[in-house]
Unconditional design. Structure first.
Lengths: 304, 221
């Protein structure tokens, strides 16, 4: 048991030593693996960022109801109560024409222009916040109903872009998985091919080892460790790329998400994503090595 | 220890390399296998190394029909057989020490034991001072001696050698054969294929002459 463990440690270190003897070739292979793994991971993080924006859509789904000019305050209040009683609606706040005018006047950009007006040009407005559970369909239906009322001038309810955003995110999310799958496939091919060449270069060593009584497991092990190291180093290098990328993107990304009312909350490399990248590297390294070994080692039988 | 029972070997293409060869080899024997080119000497050694399998007949080692061993039984069998090749088959990238250590690493021997046994084997072939050299830094005779050290380091009971002196001049050949003789005298069974009849004559050993796949003569000691 202890011997076997020692053997594995020796094999692992031996494989590492072999990679270290060809730093340029190893570095290039690792770089390709790292980039291939970093791509889907960074897309994944961007999707997470977009989800934070979309996840905050309670505030985005708020809409305004502009009443016809001249509607009296009492019927505006009645309408506000009616709207807030609707099952799809959480709150409906009435902003009276006077209130709105006050708000504008206190804004230095408009203040002076509004001073000149004799009459208040602004309508009463309802600021409506839907229930978070309310579906887009029920809101659209309610919007049509509201817009049909005689005292309502305009309903500004734009769920369309939210639906679009949601649909786009769905597509992107799946694309990320697909691209991720393809790139992991590419990593498997790269590692498999590198190890295939390695097997060819060490053909004589394999033949001699077999003549001296080496088992298939013995011959196979160094190559599997090489695959494992490639995958692990590629995964680690990929994490470094991602961390550097986020360091560069953090500030503008934070501003962007804030603009959309989202919560940045230290968006970046989550432990789950990092684990996935590392596991993807190690896993595809082992699989690639295993495929190469299964395909090419059995071809090599000693001849005397 | 080894018995060939009516062994026939047909190579792909229908070439009959051995025909109904029967042969008994006792433990501790030293045997020269001679005969013209194409007589089947290498084929017998390949059968014993399980690189080839008999087409007909049985190859028994310690009563076991090794001609029928499955692929995963072959490694354990090969570890009991030392092999020396004409082209020595040393690994160019490795030092003499590492080459000799390979059978022990394959056998899963502990590191400290490996050091001891490799040095002992290199000492026996007189190359202890060359343990760090790669094969290309050694002379042809020295390379062959490293190959022999590798063949005996795991203390096999049987050693087979195919033209071990094929690339060496007379004096070096004698040196190599002397080494074989010494290993034989400590009980290792030896089967050596060679063209060099005069060299074989200098040792008291059983001599089997093959001719076109059949045993022409078998002169014991
Ligand atoms: N792999 C092979 N495929 C087909 N024919 C083979 C193969 N190996 C050997 N032979 C044939 O079998 C016959 C015996 O060959 P073998 O190598 O045993 O002869 P040998 O006695 O060792 O000859 P040499 O002294 O030249 O080494 C030869 O005719 C050879 O051409
Ligand atoms: Mg031959």
């Amino acid at each position: 048991m202890k011997e076997l463990l020692t053997r594995h440690v020796q094999n692992a270190l031996g494989a590492l030593g072999q990679l270290a003897r060809q730093p340029v070739a190893t570095g290039l292979t690792v770089a390709v693996i790292a980039i291939a793994l970093a791509l889907p991971a960074s897309l994944q993080v961007l999707v997470q960022g977009a989800q934070r924006i979309a996840g905050n859509w309670d505030s985005i789904r708020d809409f305004s109801v502009y009443l016809k000019p001249g509607t009296d305050l009492a019927s505006a209040r009645r309408l506000a109560r009616e709207v807030s009683d609707h099952p799809a609606i959480a709150t409906a706040e009435l902003i009276s024409a006077d209130q709105a005018l006050e708000d504008f006047r206190s804004d230095p950009a408009f203040g002076e222009a509004l001073q000149a007006l004799k009459e208040n040009p602004l309508p009463h407005t309802l600021s409506v916040r839907p229930e978070s559970a309310a579906t887009a369909e029920s809101l659209v239906e309610f919007k049509v109903e509201l817009a049909g009322r005689p005292d309502v001038d305009l309903v500004q309810l734009d769920t369309q872009w939210l639906q679009r955003l949601g649909a786009i995110l769905d597509v992107i999310r799946r694309t990320v998985w697909m691209v991720g799958g393809l790139l992991v496939g590419a990593v498997i091919v790269i590692i498999g091919n590198t190890i295939r060449l390695d097997i060819q270069n060490r053909r004589q060593e394999i033949e001699v080892s077999k003549l001296l009584g080496a088992t298939d497991a013995f011959v196979r092990r160094p190559f599997l460790y090489i695959g494992l190291w490639y995958g692990a180093m590629g995964g680690l290098a990929s994490l470094l790329i991602l961390l550097a990328g986020f360091a560069i993107l953090a500030a503008p990304l934070e501003r962007l998400i804030a603009l959309y009312g989202g919560d940045y909350g230290g968006l970046g490399l989550e432990p789950a994503t990092a684990t996935l990248v590392l596991a993807g590297g190690v896993g595809s390294g082992l699989i690639g090595a295993w495929l190469a070994v299964a395909r090419h080692l059995s071809d090599i039988e000693p001849s005397v | 220890m080894i018995r060939l029972d009516k062994v026939t070997k047909l190579y792909a293409g229908g070439r009959e390399a051995l025909r109904d060869v029967s042969l008994d080899i006792g433990p501790g024997e030293m045997i020269f296998l001679t005969g013209h080119s194409g007589a089947g000497k290498s084929t017998i050694l390949k059968l014993l190394a399980l690189v080839e399998r008999p087409t007909r007949g049985q190859l028994l080692v310690d009563g076991r029909n090794v001609g029928r061993l499955s692929a995963d039984e072959i490694p354990a069998y090969r570890r009991q057989v030392g092999m020396v090749f004409q082209d020595h088959k040393l690994l160019e990238e490795r030092s003499a020490f590492e080459n000799v250590a390979l059978p022990l690493i394959i056998a899963g021997i502990a590191r400290r034991e490996i050091d001891k046994r490799v040095r002992a084997a290199l000492d026996q072939v007189g190359l202890l001072d060359k343990e760090r050299q790669p094969p290309r830094a050694l002379s042809a005779g020295e390379q062959q001696r490293v190959g022999i050290a590798r063949a005996v380091v795991a203390r096999p009971r049987l050693l087979i050698a195919d033209e071990p002196t094929g690339n060496l001049d007379g004096e070096l050949s004698l040196e190599i054969m002397d080494l074989f003789h010494r290993f034989n005298s400590v009980g290792v069974t030896m089967l050596i294929a060679t063209h060099d009849l005069r060299l074989a004559d200098r040792f008291r050993a059983r001599r089997i002459v093959l001719q076109r796949g059949e045993i022409q003569s078998d002169v014991g000691t």
